[in-house]
Design a protein around this ligand. Structure first.
Ligand SMILES: [Zn+2]
Length: 350
């Protein structure tokens, strides 16, 4: 495992900047999580800088941004803010940046609509949305203590987002952003989030991949309460396969870990990782198992409550993939939990 070659750049210290190419900066923004950073990128245009991804909305992020704006942008302002997708570490500070420079936010409409809906729900939780969320976690097999902890985590999310602009400049698959001497093609992907935008410059041979391709960790692909019957793994695998058409020597600038070469090998590794998980789940489900029982067997370590959220959502994504192929059946047990059992192994992978 791990076929990528780290590109020849030293990782900047937390809150610092490194130059990838003239007019292309890498900002290592700290995060207060186990995953302790996100990589943000700045692309220079004639009349300002385009920011790609923003960090959380927190005093620590604002302090870093203020220093970067003062020390690294010359006399040019930020002219546009792009976010690859609406996860909080990418979009949290976007509203603040747009507001500070009075510039547009560019992102896909589906990501924007979903995050606005999510935030509205967090601000004014309705009985219905709370009940649906609790029921979703209960059906996975979580106990009431776990569910209470998860609901508290959701409650804490809202503070990490600055208010988003009322309108966005929409990004769509195949759009081009012309920035300085180069054109960046928008490549849409689904599965990790609903409509993730990566940016590819053929002339530079660079892909700003967001969370779509990461060199060390694999992006979470989860079924969540917002789409409890979804099959995001199918979309995710299609999106990974689609990126194989990019040149093998593309320099990938990911949102986590480090810049690397070896996109095709990495895509193969990621796909293979999901194939392995599907096989494990087929074996685990030789008798009826709810999701928490499967998670226990898939992970040989104790998971934090946040990791449990990711792991259970990802396990369910794999189960739904197999269900839609007709390989696994679902039933409701006496305690109101969904249990899954193998019908027939997926022949496509053999
Ligand atoms: Zn993400």
């Amino acid at each position: 495992m791990n076929a990528v070659i780290a590109a020849d750049y030293s990782t900047p210290a937390a809150g610092e900047v490194a130059q990838i190419a003239p007019g292309l900066l890498w900002l290592r923004m700290p995060l207060p999580f186990e995953l302790d950073h996100i990589n943000l990128y700045l692309i220079e245009d004639d009349d300002g800088w385009v920011v790609v991804d923003c960090g959380l909305f927190s005093s620590a992020t604002i302090e870093v941004w203020s220093g970067v704006i003062e020390r690294h942008l010359g006399d040019k302002p930020v002219k546009q803010v792009v976010v690859t997708h609406a996860h909080v570490d990418h979009i949290g500070a976007a509203g603040w940046l747009c507001d500070r420079f009075d510039v547009p936010l560019c992102m896909t409409a589906r990501e924007y609509d979903l995050v606005q809906e999510f935030l509205a729900e967090l601000m004014e939780p309705s009985g219905d949305s709370q009940v649906a969320r609790v029921e979703f976690f209960h059906r996975l097999g979580m106990n009431s203590k776990q569910i209470t902890s998860l609901m508290a985590i959701y409650g804490g999310f809202a503070d990490l987002f600055s208010a988003l602009p009322k309108e966005i400049k929409r990004l769509e698959d195949g759009d081009y952003l012309s920035i300085g001497a180069h054109r960046w093609q928008v490549i849409l992907s689904e599965g990790h989030s609903i409509a993730h935008a990566s940016l590819y410059s053929r002339s530079l041979g660079i892909l700003i991949s967001g969370d779509q391709v990461l060199p060390r960790i694999s992006s979470n692909v989860s079924v969540g309460p917002h789409d409890p019957d979804g099959n995001p793994l199918r979309s995710w695998l299609c999106s990974l396969n689609r990126l194989k058409t990019l040149p093998a020597d593309t320099l990938v600038l990911p949102a986590h870990n480090f810049p690397f070469i070896g996109i095709r090998k990495r895509l193969d590794e990621l796909i293979e990782g999901h194939e392995q998980d599907l096989k494990k789940i087929e074996q685990i489900c030789s008798e009826p198992m709810h999701i928490m029982q499967q998670v226990e067997r898939l992970y040989d370590r104790k998971l934090s409550i946040f990791d449990l959220l990711l792991a259970s959502g990802e396990c369910l994504a794999h189960v739904h993939y197999l269900m839609q192929k007709g390989c696994i059946s679902r039933s409701l047990d006496n305690a109101g939990r969904y249990c899954y059992q193998i019908i027939t192994a997926d022949q496509d992978r053999r």
